[in-house]
Design a protein around this ligand. Structure first.
Ligand code: 3HC
Length: 284
């Protein structure tokens, strides 16, 4: 199957980035949102990122315009009927995600269509089971910022058809120009299973007063050649996303390193979610 008609559910931080990647790859993209306001915010996010790509010399103005022309926003999910690939990037709420998959199952007519979730750590099998076609459901997990980070995890549940995972892996590499890795449906897949305990450890270090956030970040940038330190990275990922991911990895594995630090929970309770709200551990 040649994938040409795609959709993304949600246009928050990740959904907008994923929609941009698909549109820049020449695909027709419908972005499904819950309200006109959310759609306008998602569209603005994509336009800002495309403008930055042009400014950075990664894209010509004409390519940016062509990408925009391939994107359409809707608040009516039934418009996704003819889609061949749908990537769900709604908020990290299991019930919301399950209901989206159940609705997609009713709405999308093509039996060959592939349904994917960009969840950072929730079990893919639970979304697959909300549909009548679990063998065509898998994880396609991008990294923030999606237009920049090369990696994509292709996550198979115990019921995913291996042929579907292979086709998606090839699509990620050949059409999206990204680097695919295949992961199993385990808590945190590959990257977050390693990254989230690390971010939690850094927050615990800050919480204990062992070092300042600036010194923790400088340590990992200058001492381990990371592009940014863990406290700044937690702000970039979003502290709510970090908390959800940590909690779900901890719940399933009991890994003490993934136990969410109290400070992380308090920051989220305070609405200090990182870059996206203008303040997290740092101010933006
Ligand atoms: N579109 C296309 N390219 C862009 C762009 C855009 N909108 N914005 C920037 N770029 C390009 C730049 O041209 C540059 O490319 P170059 O190195 O070839 O010149 C590159 O991206 C870096 O951009 P900048 O120099 O403007 O930005 P910084 O140097 O400040 O880097 C960063 C910013 C890319 C965020 C970098 O700090 C980084 O990689 N940080 C780590 C991010 C990371 O680890 N993300 C993963 C988080 S985990 C996750 O998302 C999973 C989830 O489930 C929790």
């Amino acid at each position: 199957m040649v994938i040409a008609r795609t959709a993304v559910i949600g246009s928050g931080l990740m959904g907008a980035g994923i929609a941009e990647v698909l549109a820049k790859s020449g695909l027709d993209v419908i972005v499904s949102e819950v309200s006109d306001e959310a759609a306008a915010a998602g569209q603005a996010r994509i336009e800002k990122s495309l403008a930055r790509a042009v400014e950075k010399g990664k894209l010509t103005a004409a390519e940016s315009e062509a990408a925009k022309a391939r994107l359409r926003f809707t608040t009516d999910i039934t418009e996704l009927a003819d889609r061949q690939l749908v990537i769900e990037a709604a908020s990290e709420n299991e019930e919301i995600k399950k209901s989206i998959f159940a609705r997609l199952d009713e709405v999308v007519t093509d039996e060959e269509a592939i349904f994917a979730s960009n969840t950072s750590s929730m079990p893919i099998i639970r979304f697959a089971q909300a549909t009548s076609r679990p063998e065509r459901v898998l994880g396609i997990h991008f990294f923030n910022p999606a237009p920049v980070q090369p990696l994509v995890e292709v996550v198979s549940s115990v019921l995913t058809d291996p042929g579907v995972a292979e086709s998606v892996t090839e699509f990620v590499s050949q059409v999206l120009g990204k680097t695919p890795v295949q992961a199993q449906d385990r808590p945190g897949f590959i990257v977050n299973a390693l990254l989230i305990p690390y971010l939690c450890s850094a927050i615990r270090m800050l919480e204990s007063g062992a070092a300042t956030k600036e010194d923790i970040d400088a340590g990992m940038v200058g001492g381990a050649a990371h592009p940014m330190g863990p406290i700044a990275l937690a702000d970039l990922v979003g502290l709510d996303t970090c908390l959800f991911a940590a909690q779900s990895i901890f719940d399933e594995t009991g890994d003490p390193a993934a136990k969410p630090p109290v400070l992380l929970s308090r920051m989220v309770d305070a609405g200090l979610l990182g870059r996206k709200t203008g303040r997290g551990f740092y101010e933006y």
